[in-house]
Design a protein around this ligand. Structure first.
Ligand code: FDP
Length: 337
């Protein structure tokens, strides 16, 4: 079988009018930066990159050395490319404008440089998540509010999963596609075109240790699922929880399933656990483009109007039938927050 590299794939998409040159180059720059992150994560103790950085990020979470390194790699790679007006990251309180020394483009890039970072030290999969928005025209200086666009405005989104294989999963609104890094030649090669998520599933992902903190609709849904073949659902379910969203979503894009991070008594004050702009929205875009669904329990994630750069939301995504059911339970129980 003739292999298709990421660059060839993007050139073909440009010829088909699916994306423009600037966006295609931006995706290439992000992919190249992620190859460097893959090298850093792969070195582990040999590269002195494990353990804490001794700092906290804007959300008050302890940063790992690799969180900081990955953030710097992405910022540096994107600064000079000429495709961006500004970047925003989980690791930085405010957006970072492109330095005056470099040409500026008309895109905004948001990223979680290393998602699931509690997995780093135990050598389990982690990932980078990114989302691309258009920068409004005639902006002298990019400010936070320019990033506060609903997910339906995303031009592209994707993640890179650093696991046994390094994978890039990408959408620019024409399906969701997977590329595997060929480490010997250093290129991402197309390995799945037009991924589809089955509408039905019997596999769910949730942190069950939070069960006693959940709201009534979540408790009801999981109680019914756990009753298995004897319960109202009439079938046995299986559970998986990698605790790195990228890996859990990748499983769903491979064999179906659902991922839930609901509102609970612990995260209610913050509005949820996962970040809307650089976790929930890009994942929702990828999942919807593969035929799945993504809601906050009440409405489509990609239609939420963001109110803050680091805003958190409840997340329900994956196989469509299951997401419709769990969303219905929430809609019947309570008005949207
Ligand atoms: P992490 O805090 O380790 O970066 O982004 C948040 C996230 O990981 C997700 O990747 C993951 O799905 C979730 O949090 C894990 O949550 P728990 O600690 O509750 O398992």
């Amino acid at each position: 079988m003739k292999s298709i590299s990421l660059i060839q794939f993007l050139i073909e998409a440009r010829r088909n009018g699916q994306l423009n040159a600037e966006l295609s180059l931006l995706i290439e720059v992000v992919a190249r930066a992620c190859k460097r992150i893959a090298v850093a994560t792969g070195k582990g103790a040999l590269g002195d990159v494990l353990g804490g950085a001794g700092t906290d990020n804007v959300q008050g979470e302890h940063q790992k050395k690799l969180d900081v390194i990955s953030n710097e790699i992405l910022l540096e790679a994107n600064a000079w490319g000429g495709h961006l007006a500004a970047c925003a990251s989980e690791e930085m309180e405010d957006p970072q404008p492109i330095p005056d020394a470099y040409p500026k483009g008309n895109h905004l890039l948001l990223f979680d440089p290393l998602d699931g970072s509690s997995n780093i030290d135990i050598n389990v999969s982690v990932g980078t998540i990114f989302s691309v928005l258009r920068c409004p025209d005639d902006i002298q200086q990019v400010e936070t509010h320019h990033f506060l666009q609903p997910g339906v405005e995303q031009l592209a989104a994707g993640y890179v999963l650093y696991g046994p294989r390094t994978l890039l999963v990408l959408t620019f609104g024409h399906g969701t596609h997977e590329f595997t890094l060929d480490r010997e030649i250093g290129s991402f090669i197309l390995t799945r075109r037009d991924i589809r998520i089955p509408a039905e599933t019997a596999e769910f992902a949730i942190n069950m240790s939070n069960q006693r903190h959940w709201q009534a609709p979540m408790k009801r849904y999981i109680d019914e699922v756990l009753e298995g073949v004897e319960g109202p659902r009439g079938k046995d379910f299986n559970m998986r929880w990698v605790a790195a969203m990228v890996a859990d979503v990748h499983r769903i894009l491979t064999r179906g399933g659902v991922f839930y991070y609901p509102l609970d008594a612990k995260n209610q004050a913050q509005g949820g656990k996962l970040r809307l702009l650089y976790e929930a929205n890009p994942m929702a875009f990828l999942v919807e483009q593969a035929g799945g669904a993504a809601t906050d329990g009440h409405q489509r994630i990609m239609e939420l109007q963001p109110t803050g750069l680091h805003q958190r939301v409840p997340v329900f995504l994956g196989s469509r039938d299951e997401i419709e059911l769990v969303t219905r339970y929430h809609q019947q129980d309570l008005p949207a927050a």
